[in-house]
Design a protein around this ligand. Structure first.
Ligand code: NDP
Length: 264
């Protein structure tokens, strides 16, 4: 079964690497027109080259844009409209986590974390809302973390901000139902990322392979599937929620954590 996104226009924030780039690739392979942004020009160019080498006929647009800069996001939205047309799907993926406990977290760190988790969603939602209202299948899909429901003391600010994002996602789902816009999120556990790759390169026991090394981390953390997720695994869940296949699903969260979820 296809995701039914052929010819639809999607925006992926933070599409230049990891999970975002996997989302871009699935959407492009399904015939969607896809725009994505990131802050680093070189990463954007590399991601664009990667996609065009695999899908030379892809309808794509990339642009440097910091999702925390409202004017940047407005400009990005105008350019997407000109290049690809009216947007049907917004996937809010840009961001990162912060490792710190209460005593390590200064007030400015709290403010930065709250700004990142709120405004990386609020600015794009504002900028693309009129498009989504005009779409026959408008959707917003937010990348969130299991930390929203299952806080970790060593990620105290990220956990609290993630809980707020979950709450916000539900409010948006209610408010935007009147426009036919669905709003959902996924809750991630631990997914292979550039950060894990860097830690792997710096590992003390160089005899361990990537699978052994990540597998032992997953076991230590108590992930029942005993491995980290691969970027394409959350990406498939994101594309499903964003697509017309999930037409009767809004205000929902899909857990993509390999069973790490311990709450009922
Ligand atoms: P990556 O670092 O591989 O990708 C993050 C992407 O977001 C990059 O394209 C980055 O590009 C972009 N980005 C970051 N900040 C901004 C910004 N202010 N404006 C625009 N683009 C930005 O990470 P992952 O793929 O692993 O993570 C994707 C999302 O999933 C993130 O929001 C992350 O917090 C979340 N997540 C990931 C988990 C994991 O285990 N991997 C666990 C829980 C949540 P650039 O730096 O060039 O701007």
């Amino acid at each position: 079964m296809s995701f039914q996104v052929e010819g639809k226009v999607a925006v992926v924030t933070g599409g230049s690497s990891g999970i975002g780039l996997s989302v871009v690739e699935i959407l492009v392979s399904e015939g969607a027109k896809v725009a994505w942004c990131g802050r680093d020009e070189q990463r954007l160019i590399a991601s664009k080259t990667y996609i065009l080498e695999k899908y030379p006929d892809a309808h794509i647009f990339t642009c440097r844009c910091n999702v925390l800069d409202k004017e940047d996001v407005k400009r990005f939205a105008q350019q997407v409209n000109r290049q690809l047309g009216n947007v049907d799907m917004l996937i809010n993926n840009a961001g990162q986590g912060r490792v710190s406990n209460f005593e390590d977290t200064q007030d400015e760190d709290w403010m930065k974390e709250i700004e990142l988790k709120y405004f990386s969603v609020l600015h794009p939602v504002r900028a693309f809302l009129n498009d989504l209202k005009k779409s026959p299948c408008g959707s917003i899909t937010n990348v969130n973390s299991l930390l929203a429901l299952q806080p970790e003391p060593h990620m105290i600010a990220t956990s609290a901000a993630r809980a707020a994002l979950l709450n916000l996602t539900h409010s948006l789902a209610h408010e935007f139902s009147q426009y036919g816009i669905r709003v959902n999120s996924i809750l991630l556990g631990m997914v292979e990322s550039a950060q894990w790759k860097r830690r792997f390169e710096a590992r003390s026991d160089t005899s361990a392979s990537w699978e052994q090394w990540t597998g032992s981390i997953a076991k230590k953390r108590g992930i029942p599937m005993q491995r980290l997720g691969k970027p394409e695994e959350p990406a498939r869940a994101l594309v499903f929620l964003a697509s017309p296949l999930a037409s009767y699903t809004t205000g929902s969260t899909l857990d993509v954590s390999g069973g790490f979820n311990k709450h009922l």
